[in-house]
Design a protein around this ligand. Structure first.
Ligand SMILES: [Zn+2]
Ligand SMILES: [Zn+2]
Length: 314
C-alpha cells in the first residue's frame, strides 16, 4: 500500500533559483491530498505528471500568499476541465470568504461541489477520517494563524495465521473476532488470539510543519512520526531574522526532529537568499543526521522499514 509525499514547491515567499512556493501531494493508497497551493502549483503538477484530477482534498496551512495563491487558478481549471467529483478544502475560516469573493467577482459557478472545512489553532483536531487514514491539524506559531497537518494511518486488523490447524473448527464469526484481537472458544477450548493470528502492519505517519518559529511543544503532536517536513527558512546565522519573522532555522528544525524522535526529517521553505542548499543541509544534519532536502519533484515513499527517496528525473 503506497504512502508517499511528492514535493511540488519548497521555496519561501518568492519563486527563485528554479524553486516554487510551497505545495506537496500526499498519496495514501488510492487517495490523493494536496497540502498548500502556492502560485504555480498547477504548472508544477503538469511538469511532474501529477494526476491532478485525483486530488479530492486540499489542506491550506495559513493565508500567507506563498501557501495559497495558486488555489483559485486550480479550482477554476478543475471547472474548465469538466470536473464533477466533489472537492473539500480545509483551511483558516477566512479562506472560504476569499474563494467565494473571487468566484463571485468573476461570476463563476463551478461545475462540481466545493466543500469547506474551517481549521482552528485550538490544539489537535481530527479533520479527516477514513477507514484507513486520519488527518489532524495542530497549531504552529507564526505571524498569523497557522496549522500543521498530521497524516496518521489507522492500525489495521490482525492477520489470520492460515497454516494453523486449530482454525479447522472455527465459524465465520470466530474469524471476525480473531481479526479484532479477541480470543475464541471451540468445543470448550479457548484459543489465545496470538496463537492463531499475526500482528497487523505497523501504522505509518507523516507530519507537515508549515511556517513556524521554533516551537518545542510541537513534540507532543508529532512524536515518533516516520517522516517530518519542517520548515527551515534560514541558516543559523540568521537566527534573529528567523525569530523576528516567526520562521525556523536549520538547527531549530533539526532540534525539533530530535526532540520528537522522528525517523526522517525533510527540510524546506528555503529563503531565496540560498541558491545552493548544501550548506543549509549540512547545518541541519549536524543536529539531526537523518535529514534530506525538499528538492522539488522528489518523492518520499514512507515504507514500514525506512523512507525511500526518489529524485525526480526528467
Ligand atoms: Zn511561507
Ligand atoms: Zn507564512
Amino acid at each position: 500500500l503506497n504512502f508517499s509525499v511528492q514535493i511540488l514547491g519548497s521555496n519561501s515567499a518568492l519563486a527563485a533559483h528554479g524553486r516554487f512556493p510551497t505545495a506537496q501531494v500526499v498519496q495514501h493508497n488510492n487517495s490523493f491530498f494536496l497540502i498548500d497551493c502556492g502560485e504555480g502549483t498547477q504548472m508544477r503538477m503538469s511538469h511532474f505528471h501529477v494526476k491532478r484530477s485525483k486530488i479530492q482534498h486540499i489542506f491550506i496551512s495559513h493565508l500567507h500568499g506563498d501557501h495559497y495563491f495558486g488555489l483559485i487558478g486550480l479550482l477554476t481549471s478543475y471547472h474548465l476541465m469538466g470536473r464533477t467529483a466533489p472537492l473539500t478544502i480545509y483551511g483558516p475560516p477566512l479562506l472560504e470568504e476569499i474563494i467565494q469573493l473571487q468566484l463571485n467577482a468573476s461570476n463563476s459557478q463551478l461545475g462540481y461541489t466545493l466543500q469547506f472545512v474551517p481549521t482552528t489553532t485550538d490544539g489537535k483536531q481530527l479533520i479527516y477520517d477514513s477507514p484507513e487514514l486520519q488527518v489532524f491539524t495542530f497549531p504552529l506559531k507564526h505571524r498569523i494563524d497557522t496549522t500543521g497537518f498530521l497524516f496518521q494511518e489507522k492500525v489495521g486488523k490482525r492477520k489470520i495465521n492460515k497454516s494453523s490447524t486449530a482454525l479447522l473448527g472455527l465459524q465465520a464469526n470466530d474469524f471476525l473476532s480473531l481479526r479484532d484481537g479477541k480470543n475464541v472458544a471451540v468445543n470448550g477450548h479457548t484459543f489465545e488470539n496470538e496463537s492463531l493470528t499475526f500482528a497487523p502492519p505497523v501504522a505509518r505517519s507523516y507530519a507537515y510543519c508549515s511556517d513556524t518559529c521554533f516551537l518545542p511543544e510541537l513534540k507532543e503532536y508529532i512524536q515518533g512520526v516516520d517522516l517530518l517536513y519542517h520548515e527551515a527558512t534560514f541558516m543559523q546565522e540568521e537566527a534573529l531574522k528567523a525569530s523576528q519573522t516567526f520562521h525556523s532555522t536549520t538547527l531549530q528544525a533539526g532540534e525539533i526532529a530530535k526532540l520528537a524522535e522522528v525517523k526522517q526529517l525533510v527540510i524546506g521553505h528555503f529563503s531565496s537568499k540560498y541558491a545552493d542548499l548544501e550548506a543549509p543541509l549540512k547545518e541541519a544534519k549536524s543536529v539531526f543526521p537523518n535529514t534530506i532536502l525538499a528538492i522539488e519533484g522528489s518523492v518520499f515513499q514512507i515504507e514500514r522499514a525506512a523512507i525511500q527517496h526518489l529524485n525526480y528525473s526528467h
